[in-house]
Write a protein that binds this ligand. Structure first.
Ligand code: THU
Length: 130
């Protein structure tokens, strides 16, 4: 599938966020850009900590940012790193994404893009009744 201009813009925002990554321990910068159904974009980057387990992934940072501004319905998230192959979200981020439903997940590598969805990445996921 060809990149649409909307997708290109989202990926560009994710790249800019990645370039602001704080990842002195892993040296693995990640950026995410989250598009809401209203057309707003929220970005996140990974923020690591000397107490390693406290490190925050880019995807979760973007979702926290959107929800903090009152946005909970998402159309798409683009995730980029500096790798040749697309970076696939960790298990914690998958669970964090499905909390907000099924939306498109665009995994961007230098050489190819994989388009999937939050539900596809975490089948038979845990969900609490609201
Ligand atoms: N990381 C993300 O931010 N998102 C992912 O999808 C995979 C991993 C971060 C966590 C850590 O700061 C670094 O990448 C290496 O694991």
């Amino acid at each position: 599938m060809k990149e649409t201009s909307e997708e290109k813009a989202l990926i560009q925002k994710a790249i800019e966020a990645k370039d602001r990554s704080y990842s002195p321990y892993s040296r693995f910068p990640v950026g995410a850009a989250l598009l809401t159904v209203e057309g707003e974009i929220f970005v996140g980057t990974n923020v690591e900590n000397g107490s390693y387990g406290l490190s925050m992934c880019a995807e979760r940072a973007a979702i926290v940012s959107a929800v903090s501004r009152g946005y909970r319905k998402f159309r798409s998230i683009a995730i980029v790193s500096n790798q040749k192959e697309p970076t696939s979200p960790c298990g914690a981020c998958r669970q964090f994404m499905v909390e907000f439903g099924d939306f498109e997940v665009i995994l961007v590598g230098d050489e190819r893009i994989v388009r999937t969805t939050s539900y596809e990445l975490l089948p038979f996921h845990f969900e609490m009744e609201k």
